[in-house]
Design a protein around this ligand. Structure first.
Ligand code: GAR
Length: 202
């Protein structure tokens, strides 16, 4: 059966992209193939990871376009060029409007570094999520993979995993534990699930 063609959207270090590449190499991600990496900025280290594994990449920078619509039309064109059927947001920090998300219903997933509905929505991204969790004093946090719709972090939940907060945690230490114990496990698993379902529908 033909594999579902996946684009991974990134903005930074790309450790979640790396987890997907590793899953593809060890066979746990087998229903889909990473056909393209899209970066929101040219400095993203994730681009180096893509290049090292021979995965094509594109850089599409929001501020280089006069409007959100023009930006998203270009994104759609790039995706169409590569025949992309599914999108994984893996630490992607640019906003996507309903104009974009509605073009790929149940075909975009996102990893968020908390247990949604805690510490999510506008303004909660990257380290800020862990700073907020520590400031609140929660004893358990985690990660969530969900479908993406027009509501920030509001789409249907696919997978969640809890992670313990430890005495004396810094935001960086907590971020690392959430990545190791939850994100890098959940994201490849959810990607395989959705890729498999899309493959069946072909
Ligand atoms: C990850 O912790 C991811 O969950 C988070 O950004 C980090 C990216 O790391 N995403 C969000 O906060 C989205 N709202 P990575 O570039 O090493 O994968």
């Amino acid at each position: 059966m033909l594999k579902t063609k996946i684009a991974v959207f990134v903005s930074g270090g790309g450790t979640n992209l790396q987890a997907l590449i590793d899953a593809q190499q060890n066979g746990s991600l087998s229903s889909g193939e990473i056909a393209l990496v899209v970066a929101s900025n040219p400095q993203a280290y994730a681009l180096t990871r893509a290049a090292e594994h021979g995965i094509p990449s594109a850089v599409v920078v929001r501020r280089e376009f006069p409007s959100q619509t023009a930006y998203e039309e270009t994104l759609k064109e790039v995706l169409a060029e590569y025949g992309i059927e599914m999108i994984v947001l893996a630490g992607f920090m640019s906003i996507l409007s309903e104009n974009f998300t509605s073009a790929y219903p149940k075909r975009i997933i996102n990893i968020h570094p908390s247990l949604i509905p805690s510490f999510c929505g506008k303004g909660y991204y990257g380290l800020k999520v862990h700073e907020a969790a520590l400031a609140y004093g929660v004893k358990v946090t985690g990660a969530t993979v969900h479908f993406v719709n027009e509501i920030p972090d509001g789409g249907e939940i696919l997978l969640q995993k809890a992670v313990e907060v430890k005495e004396g945690d810094t935001p960086e230490a907590l971020q690392r534990r959430v990545m190791e114990e939850a994100e890098w496990i959940l994201l490849p698993k959810a990607t395989e699930q959705v890729a498999r379902d899309l493959q069946k529908g072909k």
